[in-house]
Design a protein around this ligand. Sequence first.
Ligand code: ZN
Length: 262
Amino acid sequence: MLIGAHVDYEDPLAEAAARNADVIQFFLSDPQEWKPPVPRTDTAAIRDSEVQVFIHAPYRINVATTNNRIRIPSRKLLIQHAVGAAEIGASGLIVHGGHVDKSDDLATGFDNWRKAMQQAQDSGALLPQTPILIENTAGGDNACARRFDNLARLWDAVGDFGVGFCLDTCHAHAGGEDLLNIVDRVKAITGRIDLIHANGSRDGFDSGRDRHDNLTSKTEPGMIDPELVAAVISASGAPAVVETPGGVEGQSADIAYLRAHL
Ligand SMILES: [Zn+2]
């Protein structure tokens, strides 16, 4: 099983080595901005590396929204980062499921997802070796990929475009989806899990809050049982990255915990 971490994008291979990571995830630009991938000097080194690489798209992207001023640039940004991820030899580009506003019908959000994937396909940015991986999210009542009944409707809209799925254990727990047998429930909808985000949660079940915690933190009642996270990884057979706090030290401890419990 390949285990690793989300790392800073300045020197991701050094970050991988510092954590003894088999797999890493990083951004190609500041995730809070509307920016295309920043030019890099280490693209060849990353491509040639033994370390498996995933790229996370900027947080700004919301292809589901009915707001044109967000939806249209989101499509463009998603395509730019898909191209950048493919250039670096990544195994996938992770993007959040997005949401529509309170007053909007989620059906419009799913249809907007379909249109975004159609545009990405038409532009040549949907590559089987670097698929777009939709990640489940923790909060909001109008999210496309928080609750799995909605995830099933999303997959009806985008499943034919060769997209994959990234399962975040913090988001599932805080979003109100039980981690017990979750791999079977996801695969019944998506048919695949490409990556696990192996995170603890600072908040309780169905809290709707997205605050990652270390796996090795002292577990309070009602929080994520770290053994369950290891069980999710084992059941999925997918690589896993921790998106947990504490830098090299905190993440290395989480990686070591998972290796010991798989
Ligand atoms: Zn995540």
